[in-house]
Design a protein around this ligand. Structure first.
Ligand SMILES: NC(=O)c1ccc[n+]([C@@H]2O[C@H](COP(=O)([O-])OP(=O)(O)OC[C@H]3O[C@@H](n4cnc5c(N)ncnc54)[C@H](OP(=O)(O)O)[C@@H]3O)[C@@H](O)[C@H]2O)c1
Length: 164
């Protein structure tokens, strides 16, 4: 299965200046619980935005640059999303695309499932998740979280593909 995992604001913003905008510890735990033990595929800019390699996950990066040298050892390099997905699906039952905006756009047409953390607030940013076509992806689960003093409300939403 090809899964996309993303946290997006109400206005679909996912990042600004190559960084995440909000700090939601519960979402980071959710991300860790789902992706640990799996291959995570990401765009070169998202790889370079990580503070370090994420433990117990294989990092695969997509770049157009020949001879790209990643900032961390052990990162596998691919030159198209299709090439990365073909190789990943041969060795992992669930492969996660973890962003960013350009990679999500390229992989959404191939995704089977979307794990979307939907924030109730809008944010200013420069990286945006594509609009989810609900005639293609059906919402199959939703777990809401109330706002607190630290953050606004959000929900863990799962979408499954209903047509190609
Ligand atoms: N909220 C979230 O859940 C979330 C998750 C991840 C990232 N983000 C945010 O998203 C932003 C980064 O997104 P982004 O769109 O700027 O960058 P990105 O998708 O992470 O990386 C873009 C780069 O990936 C490579 N690439 C993309 N499509 C390709 C293709 N079809 N074939 C080959 N290489 C390809 C290119 O690398 P080269 O330039 O090296 O050729 C391109 O410049 C940041 O703000 C980050 O914090 C948010």
């Amino acid at each position: 299965m090809i899964a996309l995992i993303v946290a997006k604001a109400k206005n679909n913003v996912i990042g600004k200046d190559n960084q995440l905008i909000w700090h939601l510890p519960e979402d980071l735990k959710h991300f860790k619980a789902l992706t640990t033990g799996h291959i995570i595929i990401m765009g070169r800019k998202t790889l370079e935005s990580l503070p370090c390699k994420l433990p117990n996950r294989e990092h695969w990066v997509v770049t157009r640059q020949e001879g790209y040298v990643p900032p961390y050892e052990g990162v596998r390099i691919f030159h198209s999303p299709e090439e990365a997905l073909d190789a990943a699906q041969q060795v992992d039952d669930t492969v996660y695309c973890i962003g960013g905006a350009e990679l999500y756009g390229a992989m959404l047409p191939m995704a089977d499932r979307l794990y979307v953390t939907e924030l109730e607030d809008s944010f200013d940013g420069d990286a945006v998740f594509p609009v989810i076509d609900e005639t293609v992806f059906k919402k199959t689960a939703e777990e809401k979280r109330q706002p607190t003093a630290d953050h606004g409300g959000f929900a863990f939403v799962t979408y499954d593909r209903i047509r190609r």
